[in-house]
Design a protein. Structure first.
Length: 472
């Protein structure tokens, strides 16, 4: 494993001595990493499986191939000789990544952490047994053995959730409410997993109060030692297993331990929840090691006046729910910018704050903020958007389109699973106000593609009522 050093000088991109980043996966999260890296004068090289991926559109150079091809990955690395290799997607050849690190290339956060976090069994075992963070009940099962799968479900009990062992964004996951769902869940894990669907993790259903992402940031301090800084927790919800809206505020009692729309606030319980979130995320990321942003997914539940925090998953890079930081954090310090600074050895100014009796390095948002996804209701090439005037007419609202050149729609558990094409971002008086603004702005956007000429609304892209504030 190659260690990070403090960075104090840099050369112009594409010139001798330039600091060079190669990123495997060039989606919308990677695009913001490259935006921030280029603001600091770094050279950016994107790799993805399709042409004109979001980060490839702004990269100094790009390559297109299936990243499960280890020889193709190695060819790019040996040709470009990057200072840093950034994995941004699950579907890459992890064996090659491990080999490259052994040969002296710096993989972010490190090859072991990438190997662990991209596999649900490995990350769950690390969270529960190495980091010793409480989780829901769980077991594993093979999908090619119906009896083993059924036994696993009955061991955990109803309701429960089965998740393909190597996937993301809800792909290969199924809510099992009764015996009639067991075979559907088994088949769905096989055919919908982004990576490996031969095994699943079957999890106890926790009726949590809110789901949180903690963007734990491991980086060098002023003395060159690795420390962890904690941006304020991010609340979020999912639809069909995929992130749909997220929010953040300097005043965490607006959304901890209960959701932003609960109408309940308890500053004492909120501070306890915040402390337990930082403690859990610190243990998980400490066990993984390396530097950079980690998206720690946690469940928060209040039980008879006591707050419990459960570990769920962790990603070794910026997280989709963390895109709210594009507006909630100052310029240069959103999750992409924080990641770039950490992985290249640049400073992360933070303040020491006492939270429920413990001191933490904390990075505060500038104001309450929220994000809300813009999804495509139609598949096809050359997507077009309208409704920008209305969407952008509210003070504190911005729209961020990812620039994807096409839309691939797939069949989900209850119909069409749509592709995320952009975001509405909003600042508000509090987290709930920001959440409402972002939702309204996103639903002002209509879309069409070359193949589907009819303009379609966001309500046609998904269940426009589920979990929404204005469309119930």
């Amino acid at each position: 494993m190659v260690s990070v050093k403090k960075l104090n000088k840099i050369a112009a991109p594409t010139s001798p001595g330039a600091l060079k980043l190669v990123m495997f996966g060039a989606g919308e999260l990677g695009k913001e990493i490259f935006v921030e890296a280029q603001r600091l004068g770094m050279e950016c090289i994107a790799v993805d499986r399709y042409e004109r991926a979001p980060a490839a559109q702004i990269a100094h150079k790009s390559y297109t191939f299936n990243m499960m091809d280890g020889n193709a990955m190695r060819s790019v690395v040996e040709r470009e000789k990057p200072d840093v290799i950034i994995p941004e997607i699950e579907a890459i050849d992890l064996d090659t990544l491990i080999e490259l690190e052994k040969e002296g290339y710096r993989v972010i956060p490190n090859a072991r952490a990438t190997w662990i976090t991209m596999h649900r069994e490995r990350i769950r075992e690390l969270i529960a047994k190495e980091a010793k963070v409480e989780t829901c009940g769980y077991t594993y099962a093979r999908t090619d053995d119906p009896e083993e799968f059924k036994d696993g479900v009955e061991k955990i009990g109803y309701p429960c959730i089965s998740k393909a062992i190597m996937s993301s964004s809800g792909h290969g996951s199924y809510d099992i409410k009764g015996e009639g769902d067991i075979e559907k869940a088994r088949q769905w894990a096989i055919k919908d997993a982004r990576g490996e669907g031969s095994r699943v993790i079957i999890e106890e259903f926790i009726d949590f109060d809110t789901e949180i992402t903690e963007l734990a940031l491991r980086h060098l301090d002023e003395d060159g030692k690795i420390v962890t800084t904690f941006p304020r927790p991010i609340g979020h919800y999912q639809i069909e297993g995929d992130y749909h809206s997220s929010w953040q505020s300097p005043k965490v009692s607006e959304y901890l331990p209960w959701g932003a729309e609960s109408g309940r606030e308890d500053e004492g319980l909120a501070e306890t929840a915040e402390r337990k979130i930082y403690e859990a995320a610190g243990k998980i990321t400490g066990a993984l090691g390396g530097v950079g942003i980690f998206g720690c997914e946690l469940f928060v539940k209040e039980i008879n006046g006591e707050v419990k925090v459960y570990g769920n998953e962790c990603s070794p890079r910026p997280h989709d729910t963390g895109m709210v930081t594009y507006i909630s954090h100052i310029q240069g310090f959103n999750e992409g910018g924080l990641h770039v600074r950490a992985i290249t050895g640049l400073p992360i100014p933070a303040k020491i704050r006492e939270v429920d009796g413990r001191e933490f390095r904390v990075f505060d948002p500038i104001a309450p903020a929220s994000s809300h996804v813009i999804k495509s209701p139609s598949e096809g090439w050359d997507p077009q958007y309208r409704g920008l005037w209305n969407a952008l007419s509210t003070p504190g609202v911005n729209i961020y389109m990812f620039g994807k050149p096409m839309v691939y729609l797939t069949r989900g558990r209850v119909g069409i699973v749509e592709e995320r094409m952009g975001l509405a971002l909003a600042l508000g008086e509090n987290a709930l106000d920001a959440k409402k603004k972002a939702e309204v702005a996103a639903h002002n956007i209509e879309m069409r593609t070359r193949q589907v000429h009819e303009w379609k609304s966001q309500d046609q892209a998904h269940d426009g009522r589920k979990k929404h504030l204005f469309r119930q």
